[in-house]
Design a binder for this molecule. Sequence first.
Ligand code: NAD
Length: 437
Amino acid sequence: MRVTMVGTGYVGLVSGACFSEFGHQVICVDKDASKVEALRRGEIPIYEPGLDKLVAENVAAGRLSFTTDLAASVEGAEAVFIAVGTPSRRGDGHADLTYVYAAAEEIAAALRGYAVVVTKSTVPVGTGAEVERRIRAVRPDFAFDVASNPEFLREGSAIEDFRRPDRVVVGTDSARARAVLRQLYRPLSLLDTPFVFTSRETSELIKYASNAFLATKITFINEMADLCEKVGADVQDVARGIGLDGRIGRKFLHAGPGFGGSCFPKDTLALVRTARDYEAPTRIVEAVVAVNDARKDAMADKVIAAVGGSVAGKTVAVLGVTFKPNTDDMRDAPSLAILPRLIAAGARIRAYDPEGMTAAAALIDGVDWVSDAYATLPGADVLVIITEWNEFRALDLARVRSALNSPIIVDLRNIYRPEEMSEAGFTYFSIGRPPVA
Ligand code: NAD
């Protein structure tokens, strides 16, 4: 089948590459010419494990190409995906649909035969109907369908998530559109992947409900962690003890510095706005948003408390700034709140991240970026672990201890065991577990 992917970011590029691997003929379009030129040179503009190889193989096989020319790419396509960004609108937290509607209108003008226009971007309930209305306004006599097919991949394991999803959700009332999408995802139905065929509105809401539920789960365990710290309990054991209950499940029960990233913060906020607009407020999700915002500041305060109540004039070594490991994505990363608060309190920050430093340097002023984990340490008064990259899980603790000015570690991801840190001579603070010295 012939597929056009409009928007070649984290979702569009991975989805486009994976569809081409399924055997389809895919053209990825982006209006960012530098991105398209880089891809044509064989360079991948984002960090996502395995993506370079997947793209190279499918380009070499002649199934995957890149362009800035949306009109030409749409010609002959059976499915045109919209995978552009839907960030939070400044001021009110609604999803900003400017890019989605701009793409829809460009697609409308370029359609030559029947095609299914598919919103893969995360879009609020009713967006598909509005996309259809806008295309219809440009092409009143044309046969097309607009379907919803939200994406659930996670950055850092995006390719595997796309190839082996827990489910594929398709929202459309059109049998013709359903047939096109079924055919596109045929390799997955052979793997017995569950398909949820539903209405467009339901499909749009499934994506938000899914992200809001996961954000709630994280926030729930984070609040339990705070309580554990007060009562001397261990949140890791609480998470295991509740997670073994099949009704609860073990995933997404890792206490940490609060959720961040390109999806949960903006999607929870957008759901809250939609629900308020329809006078069906989602009070749980509203609380999740507020608790999570406050948590990031509380993490900076935790570091300040760990060094005795003031970081003024002190050096803070920081490991990891991306919102999670195996990505270079800095969107809404907890570090973006934690580091400026420490700097404002007078700290000097020396930081390292395997993939995120270029993006982070553009977003946080006044950080001394260094080229490896150990280079953050000399003379530092505390070491703070913000992102759990694998390379931080097995640090040479004797080397860390001798490099630090004072042997204090604040581990916001619980990647070390308290006993081990105590034996290694550290004063060790983690999340939801008693501190050790
Ligand atoms: P992104 O910012 O990485 O990529 C969007 C791309 O679209 C950019 O390269 C931009 O230049 C391009 N673009 C914008 N308007 C365009 C136009 N008119 N024509 C051509 N290209 C255009 O965004 P992303 O992270 O890939 O997210 C895309 C959507 O997918 C969002 O709605 C997001 O919520 C959703 N989503 C993201 C993830 C994730 O992990 N990143 C997961 C699931 C769903």
